[in-house]
Ligand binder design. Structure first.
Ligand SMILES: Nc1ncnc2c1ncn2[C@@H]1O[C@H](COP(=O)(O)OP(=O)(O)OP(=O)(O)O)[C@@H](O)[C@H]1O
Ligand SMILES: [Mg+2]
Length: 368
């Protein structure tokens, strides 16, 4: 998938900006700090998911002194061209496809499929389990509609079960009914989470050595309360054991809402032993692994957004990263340091970003 044209109106520090991008090319957005490089990445990400990776408040993205912003794009996906437009004022979003209003977010979200690497992702390993669950869930939600449906059904049941536990005299029959239904959902979710983590790690393990140049192996253990092969009856017994505690705490103690994913480097927790560079390499392997999974499922690569990916990577690893990026993928890289042109053996475009203005510097094409 490729973005061919992108326009910003009153978005962040851009008043009015227009970009044209190349199919399957690398786009290097360079410039000093605080000039608007990440803002471009954020704009593309917003078009993909209708939210930012930097703020929960869309109003923060409106250019100071203005009351709304618009992002427009011409996108090529699976041989088709799409024209997308998102207009945001306050908390209100208006969406358009070929200038026709789009009623539902779900009909808009995902038209642009993007995989993002940003410096904040580095906290994935040290964050709470909830952050790691969110990471896995977000990707599974994008990949599988049935996963989304099962997960939200489970979450609804969990809320109802917790509600029942909060009653002065909890109705154990009702709680039992919820438990049974939750177990049915969880059998599916556990299977899907386990399969996804296995697939992701298989891909990441192949990619990681390209970065590290060494023998280290990354892995992840999916930690959940039950084994995949546990029967529903076995799981019911686990719930029966914790029921007293659940009633005492007025909260469900057991379930996939407590799951965690333990990332390992050479069998040791990444968070305990990995250097910054190793963490970055591990994350990049995960992100590129993800792009490959999407490619295999979707038949096309997502757009890859690499924000500030080069800090903490030495020259060697920077070069290697560029070398290993699939050629059939459109890529955006922000960098405050210039990247040498001769690192690329593929189409690359350089943009100089200065205070919300863009200068297309050079346009290099090398034969493949
Ligand atoms: N809503 C807004 N309206 C106007 N300007 C804004 C808005 N939000 C952010 N900015 C400005 O955008 C700039 C930051 O842009 P951005 O985060 O893209 O920088 P960057 O080029 O990626 O820098 P770095 O190299 O430090 O990552 C800052 O100057 C900031 O003041
Ligand atoms: Mg930035």
């Amino acid at each position: 998938m490729n973005i061919k044209k992108l326009k910003f109106y009153h978005f962040r520090n851009y008043d009015k900006a227009s970009f044209s991008f190349e199919k399957n090319a690398v786009h290097v957005l360079q410039g000093k700090n605080a000039q608007g490089k990440t803002n471009i990445v954020e704009g593309i990400y917003f078009l993909s998911l209708l939210r930012s990776f930097r703020t929960n408040k869309t109003v923060n993205m409106i250019r100071h002194g203005q009351s709304s912003f618009v992002i427009e794009a011409e996108v090529e996906t699976k041989g088709r061209v799409e024209e997308l437009k998102a207009a945001v004022s306050g908390t209100k979003k208006q969406l358009f496809r070929f200038n026709d209003p789009v009623a539902r977010y779900s009909e808009f979200v995902g038209t642009v499929n993007a995989v993002l690497f940003c410096p904040d992702d580095m906290t994935l390993f040290s964050d709470s389990p909830a952050a790691r669950r969110k990471f896995i869930d977000m990707e599974l939600i994008k990949l599988s509609r049935s996963y989304t449906a099962t997960l939200s059904h489970y979450q609804k049941l969990l809320k109802e079960r917790n509600q029942a536990l909060k009653q002065p005299c909890p109705d154990q029959t009702l709680i039992g009914i919820y438990t049974k239904q939750m177990i049915a959902d969880q059998k599916i979710i556990i299977r899907q989470r386990a399969a996804f983590v296995k697939e992701l790690m298989e891909k990441a393990q192949k990619l990681y050595p390209f970065f590290s140049g060494g023998e280290e192996k990354i892995d992840a253990i999916y930690e959940t309360f039950a084994k995949e092969e546990d029967t529903e009856t076995a799981m019911e017994k686990m719930y029966a054991k914790t029921l007293e505690r659940d009633i005492q705490y007025k909260n469900t103690q057991l379930g996939i809402h407590k799951d965690d994913f333990l990332f390992l480097l050479n069998g040791m927790p990444v968070v305990q032993i990995a250097s910054q560079g190793q963490k970055r390499s591990a994350l990049l392997s995960l992100k590129l692994g993800l792009a490959q999974i999407i490619y295999e499922k979707d038949g096309q690569y997502p757009i890859l957004l690499l924000d500030d990916v080069f800090s903490e990577l030495d020259q060697d690893r920077r070069k290697k990263l560029i070398e290993m990026l699939p050629h059939e993928m459109q890529i955006f890289i922000t960098s405050a340091e210039p990247i040498p042109k001769d690192w690329f053996d593929r189409p690359v475009k350089f943009y100089e970003i200065e205070n919300g203005t863009v200068k297309e510097e050079t346009h290099e094409r090398t034969e493949e």
